[in-house]
Write a protein that binds this ligand. Structure first.
Ligand SMILES: Cc1ncc(COP(=O)(O)O)c(C=O)c1O
Length: 460
């Protein structure tokens, strides 16, 4: 790290020396006892974070880093928002916990605020602990509602780490978990830069992807599908914004064949694309929406399913066979209420939209024009991917699908040493900051990214 602490005391009141001592102990205990997600345990060196505030985090050396990662793309209101911290504290003093069969005010209000923001008649909210279990329940609801079993899901997607969710996932994390028995049929979705349909423009990509999807459904047995699950804008897989007409076309196919349309908004929801829900960019109403992450900005774990009247009616006089001990946990729901209210009061969704169209999007396009290692930038709101390539003509990725490379690692290291925390996946850097990031913070991040991309150019 070459960045130096710019204040002697961190936002949590620790001096830099105290923070370093705490971080050393934290790291030692982590390595001794913590088993990390998705990792070869002996090969990782987790970065210790000792403090955070707004768009910044501080590492174990006391270095201040601009957070362009949203952590795992969930701190949609930035770090330590005082109103949300206060609401969690107040709820803890009032009613820490209560069993899910009881009504509680935080859960009722969170459900109202979420339902009011979903499109169409998705008026009922089932709360889960996170995104994967939201996906599990959405699929279960669709199966019970239709009496069918198979589910369609696209390649280049992520839906969570539990059994059904990882089997729905279209990325290499599925392979070791794939029992070929989950009833999932994967398909290629639209992605013009790496088109599966030999398309030359967005319209062709959209039309051909829809034709192929419908043919696939017919060949698989049109009456065998309970649901199609799609991230409204695929996130971890590369922020491929669907072309005009695609989501409406999927909706029409679902209506034609009686298939439940599930929009997975775990990552794309709650302001990230400049709308409350990403599907609202396409004027489409799905039957179910899964959400998590941004609903509380990750301050307390919470997820859920927003349910249409039609599907909710299936369970009006027939018990829904599913539940969770912590469904609608008061602390999590109080965090959701405060998060949504803070986003509303401070116009964060509109800010995300403006940042995307006026600052972050144009800034990234400028970087793409100046760096040989950038193949494409794409996104909207505060949801952007920079696709790095070894060759702009052949579009060979700078790191292979599912892997890393020295050149990619050099770009990521240069971001961090320059004071920027990016989200990185295979050959991509994602710029996914908070919805309330300022213009100046975005410009500062772009300047660091500019320098880091020069490392990528140098590796070619
Ligand atoms: C689109 C999408 N769905 C589901 C999940 C799983 O959410 P969780 O990690 O909270 O279980 C994620 C997590 O990144 C996601 O991005």
């Amino acid at each position: 790290m070459t960045t130096t602490p710019d204040i002697a005391t961190l936002p949590n009141g620790l001096t830099v020396d105290e923070a370093r001592a705490e971080a050393a102990r934290t790291y030692e205990l982590d390595r001794a006892h913590v088993f990390h997600s998705w990792s070869a345990q002996a090969q990782i060196k987790p970065m210790t974070i000792v403090a955070s505030d707004g768009s910044y985090v501080w590492d174990g050396e006391g270095n201040k880093l601009l957070d362009f990662s949203g952590q795992l793309v969930f701190t949609n209101i930035g770090h330590q928002h005082p109103k949300v911290v206060a609401a969690i504290q107040a709820q803890a003093a009032k009613l820490c916990t209560i069993a899910p069969q009881h009504a509680n005010d935080a859960r009722s209000e969170a459900a109202r605020l979420i339902a009011e923001r979903t499109p169409g008649d998705l008026n009922k909210i089932f709360f889960t602990n996170g995104g994967a279990d939201a996906v599990e329940h959405a699929v279960r609801m669709a199966r019970l509602h239709t009496g069918r079993y198979k589910v369609l899901s696209r390649y280049r997607s992520y839906h969570g780490g539990t059994d059904t969710a990882i089997n729905l996932t279209g990325d290499p994390r599925r392979y070791p978990n794939d029992y070929a028995s989950a009833g999932v049929v994967h398909f290629n979705g639209p992605f013009l830069y790496r088109s599966s349909f030999y398309a030359e423009n967005e319209q062709q990509e959209s039309e051909r992807a829809l034709e192929y999807l419908e043919r696939l459904i017919q060949h698989e047995g049109a009456t065998s599908f309970a649901a199609i699950i799609l991230e409204s804008v695929p996130g971890t897989a590369g922020i491929m914004v669907p072309p005009p007409g695609y989501m409406a076309g999927v909706r029409a196919i679902c209506d034609k064949y009686g298939i439940v349309m599930i929009a997975d908004e775990v990552m794309a929801g709650f302001g990230r694309t400049g709308e409350w829900f990403a599907i609202q960019n396409f004027d489409v109403t799905p039957d179910l929406i899964t959400f998590a992450k941004g609903v509380t900005s990750g301050y307390v774990p919470l997820g859920g399913v927003a349910i249409s009247e039609k599907i909710a009616a299936t369970f009006a006089d027939r018990a829904y066979p599913g539940g969770l001990t912590y469904s609608g946990h008061p602390l999590a729901c109080a965090a959701a209420v405060a998060t949504i209210n803070a986003m509303e009061d401070e116009a964060m969704v509109a800010n995300a939209k403006r940042i995307g169209s006026e600052v972050l999007g144009p800034g990234l396009r400028d970087l793409a024009a100046r760096h040989r290692c950038v193949g494409e930038v794409r996104g909207l709101g505060v949801f952007w991917a920079v696709e790095l390539v070894a060759d702009q003509q052949t579009r060979e990725p700078l790191a292979p699908y599912g892997g890393s490379s020295p050149a990619m690692n050099a770009v990521i290291a240069a971001c961090k040493s320059g004071g920027l925390l990016p989200f990185a996946n295979f050959n991509r850097i994602h710029a996914v900051p908070a919805c309330n990031i300022t213009d100046d913070e975005v410009r500062a991040g772009l300047a660091i990214l500019d320098a880091a991309l020069s490392e990528g150019d140098a590796a070619l």
